[in-house]
Design a protein around this ligand. Structure first.
Ligand SMILES: Nc1ncnc2c1ncn2[C@@H]1O[C@H](COP(=O)(O)OP(=O)(O)OP(=O)(O)O)[C@@H](O)[C@H]1O
Ligand SMILES: O=P(O)(O)OC[C@H]1O[C@H](OP(=O)(O)OP(=O)(O)O)[C@H](O)[C@@H]1O
Length: 207
């Protein structure tokens, strides 16, 4: 059976496919995949899923390898091998507030999609905070008065800027990572090692 690679849909997907093409793997059936969620190439079966689900498919051995943002690994702590960073999906985690915001004297209210990362970040500073879980457009929360601040991904800073927010603190550098199922790495060693080595070499060249 061909190795199965789970890919994070969305921005990582496009960046992975460019990276994959640069390694001269067969890309033909991936280029016009349309809305298909599974695509077979000469060498692999690709499945396309949301980041946390990529980690779940790899953890459960449905996919042998996965491409996922480090934010997902830190937030969800799946039981997988976290092999190495890939040269795309670079961004960071930050605390951001409204410009000129003064923290109130009560417990801080933090809106985020990354509740574990946010909790852990403030815990390490010795602060207990109230976390408000949002699914997206997190930048709205301080503007609308739902929270004092957000913990979210920042890349260019455009979303913050265009919504009148500023970075108070940057605290994590993130990139896409190659992950592997623990048993696949042993059982399918001969099939997977050449691919993993090709990704590693490609990552070194592009870094
Ligand atoms: N602005 C960004 N710049 C670079 N990488 C990002 C950015 N936002 C997210 N990422 C990385 O890409 C991964 C996938 O993010 P993406 O926004 O495509 O999916 P998502 O969070 O499920 O969003 P959506 O629900 O809008 O599809 C994240 O886990 C993170 O590692
Ligand atoms: O610094 P920037 O380059 O502006 O990128 C940061 C934005 O990108 C992500 O949002 P996404 O586009 O995934 O939408 P979301 O709000 O639905 O998560 C992230 O949550 C920020 O909002």
């Amino acid at each position: 059976m061909k190795p199965c690679i789970a890919l994070t849909k969305g921005r990582l997907e496009k960046q992975f496919l460019d990276f994959f093409e640069s390694l001269e793997f067969d890309m033909s059936s991936l280029k016009d995949k349309g809305r298909k969620l599974q695509v077979e190439t000469d060498d692999f079966l690709f499945v396309f899923a949301k980041g946390p689900d990529v980690a779940t498919y790899v953890e459960n051995g449905i996919a042998d390898l996965g491409i996922v943002g480090e934010d997902i690994l830190i937030e969800h702590q799946p039981d997988v091998y976290n092999l190495f960073p890939l040269p795309f999906g670079r961004c960071g985690m930050a605390v951001a507030t409204k410009k000129d915001f003064e923290w109130p004297q009560r417990k801080k209210r933090i809106a985020t999609s990354f509740t574990n990362i946010a909790k852990e970040h403030f815990m390490q500073k010795g602060e207990s905070v109230d976390i408000i879980k949002l699914e997206g457009s997190v930048e709205l929360a301080p503007i609308l008065g739902l929270a004092d601040a957000i913990v979210d991904i920042v890349e260019t800073g455009t979303t913050l800027k265009e919504n009148g927010l500023v970075i108070e603190e940057k605290f994590l550098a993130i990139s896409a990572r190659l992950i592997a199922n623990r048993s696949s790495l042993k059982i399918k060693k001969d099939q997977l090692n050449p691919v993993i080595e090709a990704f590693k070499e490609g990552a070194k060249l592009t870094c």
